[in-house]
Design a protein around this ligand. Structure first.
Ligand SMILES: [Zn+2]
Length: 327
């Protein structure tokens, strides 16, 4: 039983939307690729867990938990009977080693220490256990879901904390409980109550450095021929409904200006004034909740992101969302 679904992390959402509208420098591009790769590794892990089956288990995916004054992020927590297992997922690829307590990628030292991170996360669960006066086992493993990883390790203890991709299915299948017990539910309730939103992410983009307007989802080009219902990409020749463009605009606005109130005017600026007021108004009504401060009206996107909106919205209108080549 999956209690919290994995979603695109805020930081990745932000940098994806940002990278569409600015020329990224090397550091930014590297950050984007690290985040994409991390998310991809987590999705791989989720797939293998789905295949292994999780009936009888309670699973938390990608949560931030407050324990005392500190906050910890967990990629995955599995509750099985009376034991709680943390899985710290690292999508490393290439050649990695752990020698004399230090991680290396090829010959280069890696500052990130997966073992410390895992221990820290386990420590937070122990703190929760202590505070709640409960009694459950806390376990943990570092998961390497990437098949393209060669890992050398001279430390038996560290080695025993790692699950490689070729062992992952068997490892996840080894969780075998006789159904979800009352005790598991109680542990899950205690953890659930401690979940908070990611407190570390507070980036907001500067609209003046962004390229505004609609862009092609397929190739990223802003060179579009915008007609009544569709926008045609002059570069890759694909056709996308304007409705789809506007949903992406709403999703991008949320990602780029998380703490800003979205007004129709601000959204119109991001969209480069390329959509008629009437159509925008209709889309805001369909995809957003409306709020009023008394002096102004602002909107909140009803969905987590573009994909969430497209998956939940019935596709029965003439503005259907699919991409199509027109040449
Ligand atoms: Zn294109």
């Amino acid at each position: 039983m999956i209690l919290t679904e994995r979603k695109v992390p805020f930081e990745l959402m932000y940098i994806r939307a940002f990278s569409r509208r600015v020329e990224m420098d090397l550091k930014g591009r590297r950050m984007l690729s690290v985040l994409e790769s991390g998310y991809e590794g987590e999705q791989q892990y989720d797939k293998i867990l789905e295949a292994a089956g999780h009936e009888g288990l309670i699973v938390f995916r990608d949560i931030y938990v407050k324990a005392g004054d500190a906050v910890a992020q967990f990629d995955s927590i599995i509750i099985d009977g009376n034991s709680v297992t943390v899985n710290e997922i690292k999508n490393y690829s290439g050649f990695y080693s752990y020698v004399d307590g230090q991680w290396f990628s090829g010959k280069f030292e890696v500052t990130e220490d997966a073992i410390s991170q895992l221990k820290l996360a386990m420590g937070k669960l122990k703190k929760i256990r202590y505070d709640a006066k409960m009694n459950f086992d806390v376990r943990g493993k570092i998961i390497f879901p990437n098949l393209d990883l060669q890992f050398d390790c001279d430390d038996e203890r560290a080695r025993s904390m790692v699950v490689m991709r070729n062992q992952l299915k068997e490892y996840l299948e080894s969780f075998r409980s006789g159904g979800i017990s009352e005790q598991s539910k109680e542990i899950a309730r205690v953890i659930y109550r401690k979940i908070i939103e990611n407190p570390y992410f507070d980036k907001t983009a500067d609209i003046t450095v962004l390229r505004c307007g609609l862009y092609c989802i397929s190739c990223g080009s802003f060179d579009l021929d915008i007609q009544k219902y569709y926008a045609y990409c002059m570069q890759c020749k694909c056709r996308e409904s304007k409705e789809s463009h506007i949903i992406r605009g709403l999703s991008d606005f949320k990602a780029l200006f998380r703490h800003d109130k979205m007004t129709r005017q601000k959204l119109q600026v991001l969209l480069g004034d390329q959509v008629s007021e009437r159509m925008l108004q209709r889309m805001l009504k369909k995809y957003c909740e409306t709020f009023s401060t008394g002096v102004s009206i602002y909107y909140k996107f009803k969905y987590y992101d573009y994909d969430d909106a497209v998956n939940k919205e019935p596709r029965n209108s003439k503005y259907h969302l699919g991409l199509k080549l027109f040449k």
